[in-house]
Design a protein around this ligand. Structure first.
Ligand SMILES: Nc1ncnc2c1ncn2[C@@H]1O[C@H](COP(=O)(O)OP(=O)(O)OP(=O)(O)O)[C@@H](O)[C@H]1O
Length: 315
């Protein structure tokens, strides 16, 4: 199956400053792809390039298996998007807003009810947009981007500014879209927790380039490790390294050992403990940890408290 979005060597400078610096995206079809990056990393700019809203300085964009350049209009008919708080006519009803967009796209009237159903806004469709909460506006904007059953949806920070209920609703909606609408979704976010909840593929953008990209489970699965505290971390590291384990001192008396992506951790913990105790070292704590996206993103050795699992004291 082809990738729904592919870019090769994409570059863009704005105001003389390189913003996108060689972006190679690969978004598999039928998935939610979390496009993650801190504010200013270039997510919005990259999405604008994907839609051909501004020309790239270099590189190639392919959407739905075709190069964007030659096929922009026909491709964009199959792409829905909302970027940066999409405008709605405040004085008109939600339904009227959708109807205007539906007519412009030459779609049947039934299409409006279909998308209202998807975003669960039928009951409020007759109300004026000026009476909507921000969450309702965002859902209506999402409904508009779903008109015509796009094969690909690009959503730029759709939960920005929403209250906790609105955030939960939007996340649930986005997570289900590929199954309900038979489409691929790229959602940008600066919130790691959000991406972990909605996406099954992730790309981490840092300073206009991908720091990493792949299935969420692989990225997190590859980040398992065992952390331990011993009285002589340097000696423990050389003992474990001599046994073929990937051990690293992570500061003071603490060291970590990378764990294989699959397989039981308990036997590995027991083996490490045995090697060190037999060598006369005092192991004061030993436990397995699962890395969060945040750890991977920062390339940091320190996992968050919530990411620590299975902590246990070793004698
Ligand atoms: N028209 C422009 N002229 C000059 N610089 C720009 C322009 N648009 C964006 N930039 C700069 O490009 C960088 C990336 O901006 P962009 O909006 O793509 O980032 P982002 O990852 O979407 O961040 P945010 O989450 O804050 O929107 C920022 O440093 C921004 O100041």
């Amino acid at each position: 199956m082809h990738a729904a979005i592919e870019t090769h060597g994409l570059r863009k400078s704005l105001g003389g400053k390189p913003v996108i610096r060689g972006l190679d995206l690969s978004v598999p079809a039928g998935r939610v792809y979390g496009f993650l990056g801190p504010n200013g990393a270039g997510k919005t700019t990259a999405m604008r390039l994907l839609l051909g809203l501004m020309p790239a300085d270099a590189g190639e964009v392919r959407l739905l298996g075709q190069p964007l350049g030659q096929n922009r209009l026909s491709l964009l008919r199959q792409v829905g998007s909302f970027i940066e708080s999409p405008a709605l006519y405040d004085h008109r009803s939600g339904r009227a807003n959708l109807d205007v967009a539906r007519r412009l796209l030459g779609l049947p009237a039934s299409e409006v009810d279909r998308v209202l159903e998807v975003v669960d806004m039928r009951a409020d469709a007759a109300r004026r947009v000026s009476e909507y909460s921000l969450g309702m506006r965002q859902r209506m904007a999402l409904a508009r981007s779903l008109l015509g059953s796009p094969k690909l949806l690009l959503l730029d920070e759709p939960t920005n500014g929403l209250d906790p209920d609105g955030i939960a609703d939007m996340r649930a909606l986005v997570r289900d879209l590929p199954a309900r609408m038979d489409c691929t979704v790229l959602i940008s976010s600066h919130l790691l927790g959000e991406v972990e909840q909605v996406a099954d593929h992730v790309g981490l953008l840092r300073k206009g380039r991908l720091a990493m990209q792949g299935p969420l489970q692989d990225l997190l699965g590859s980040g398992r490790r065992i952390a331990l505290e011993v009285d002589d971390a340097a000696r423990a590291t050389s003992l474990l390294t001599a046994e073929g384990l990937a051990a690293h001192v992570s500061g003071g008396a603490t060291l970590t050992v990378d764990a294989p992506p699959d397989g039981e951790l308990a036997p590995l913990c027991a083996r490490i403990n045995r090697i060190l105790v037999e060598a006369g070292l005092a192991v004061s704590s030993l436990g397995s940890q699962r890395l969060s996206l945040e750890d991977l993103y920062k390339g940091s050795a320190a996992p968050t408290e919530e990411a620590q699992t299975n902590e246990r004291k070793a004698a």
